[in-house]
Write a protein that binds this ligand. Structure first.
Ligand code: ZN
Ligand code: ZN
Length: 431
């Protein structure tokens, strides 16, 4: 099928009965085997010369999922309204929002929930990454999303109505409102464990960690008093710590959570008489850690409820309000104990809490805290790169990757997760 024929096809399928027409056309073509699902075809399978632009405008705010299994029933008058709403509204802003719930859910129910969530969030124009896991492992839900502000109430209502599955949900909203969503698509996936661990435990064996939680105000107060005397550990990976962390926090310097758990236990052995304070991005890693520590008979620990994201909101609310009803917190000059950026697993790669820049460009050493992935997708290294090096190096991390992109050199390095997140000499570049 040549470009001209495709052009004819795309004209046909933007007419009122496009669904039937499209299926009729593709059923005659060599693309028959990929006739489902419809939306991924439009983005991934059609030749670029033949992308049906009018159709994509209809659907431009439909999140593309890898698991869309059904072609939506299309009646242009009703469905068009549902999907084009953001196209016509240039003022639409998105808000990052996250929540998690460690809770036992059966395997069968997890599959049903996945389909329900995928369908409803697609309708709302929500994008993001949502993991579900059944009760045999560290089960429940962990979700990070970018939600059109106009749909925020409906989004919260949808998840709150699933109370029987997820319990009471505590949403943590990001600090910023975004003109562009920080995820490109919606992915709802089932995993064995919500958090990667060496030895899994079942969801029903996880303890209720609420006795160990400190809200951001109490966390701030206690750490402010203890200062460098606090036994404070950052439970995240090395590159997250490098972007920003609490003052006096110990760095685990690990690439994965499971390595961090091992490292934490040896740190506790070195400081047996001190109360451990720990934190992570949104709280889930600390909540899981709590169960592992309690299993080992370790009970003297506290953790930041809602993680750095909640602390960032707390600091921001004090700055915005200039005052607080709580007598203990009416210090208008409160200083954030967290410095730098809160790394996030989305397109932003982080949310700024303070103006401190704690890292340097991997290539020139200039002060910079913007992370990129190497443009050589086989390398994909996550590294700090300033804008001038980014241009000079054609968005790559090294001369090798630069030449690979130009086709001057072959790429013969085996895949290795650790290599993708740890530049060779990163430790010497981070402060
Ligand atoms: Zn540079
Ligand atoms: Zn590279």
């Amino acid at each position: 099928m040549n470009a001209r024929t495709w052009s004819k096809v795309t004209t046909t399928i933007t007419t009122s009965h496009f669904r039937q027409q499209f299926l009729r056309v593709v059923s005659k073509s060599k693309f028959t085997s990929i006739a489902k699902p419809l939306i991924p075809i439009l983005h991934y399978e059609l030749p670029s010369c033949a992308r049906p632009k009018p159709l994509l405008r209809y659907y431009s705010n439909v999140p593309i999922t890898t698991t869309n299994r059904n072609i939506p029933k299309f009646s242009p008058t009703s469905q068009q309204q549902k999907y084009v709403v953001h196209d016509n509204d240039a003022t639409q802003l998105y808000k990052p929002i996250a929540f998690y719930s460690l809770i036992p859910i059966s395997q069968e129910r997890v599959v049903i929930l996945r389909d329900m969530i995928e369908s409803r969030l697609s309708e709302l124009g929500v994008v993001g990454r949502i993991y579900l896991a059944p009760e045999e492992g560290i089960g429940g839900i962990n979700s990070q999303m970018a939600v059109p502000l106009s749909q925020m109430t409906l989004l919260k209502k949808f998840f709150n109505d699933l109370h029987d599955d997820f319990g009471a949900i505590s949403f943590t909203e990001g600090i910023e409102e975004l003109k562009e969503p920080c995820f490109r698509k919606l992915r709802v996936m089932i995993k064995k464990n919500l958090v990667g661990v060496r030895k899994s435990i079942s969801a029903s064996d996880l303890i209720d960690p609420s006795n160990h939680h400190l809200d951001p105000a109490s966390w701030h107060k206690q750490l402010n008093e203890k200062a460098d005397k606090a036994f404070l550990v950052d439970m995240r990976n090395h590159y997250e710590y490098d972007m920003g962390h609490f003052e006096h926090a110990a760095k685990l310097d690990v690439d994965t959570f499971r390595e961090g758990l091992d490292e934490l236990q040896s740190m506790i052995k070195d400081q047996p008489d001190k109360t451990l304070y720990m934190y992570c991005t949104g709280g889930i890693r600390c909540d899981v850690t709590a169960s592992y520590l309690r299993k080992k008979g370790i009970n003297d620990f506290k953790m930041l409820k809602g993680g750095i994201t909640a602390y960032g909101n707390y600091i921001k609310s004090l700055c915005n309000n200039g005052n607080d009803d709580d007598d203990e917190n009416n210090d208008t000059t409160i200083r954030s104990l967290f410095r730098g950026k809160n790394f996030s697993f989305d397109d932003r790669r982080g949310e700024r809490i303070t103006d401190d820049v704690l890292t340097q460009c991997y290539q020139c050493g200039k002060s910079c805290d913007v992370l990129h992935n190497c443009a050589n997708t086989r390398c994909h290294l996550l590294f700090v790169q300033c804008e001038s090096c980014r241009q000079a190096m054609n968005k790559t991390c090294s001369d090798t990757c630069h030449d690979v992109l130009l086709g001057k050199e072959a790429w013969d390095v085996d895949y290795d997760y650790h290599r993708q997140i740890r530049p060779m000499d990163a430790s010497s570049l981070s402060s």
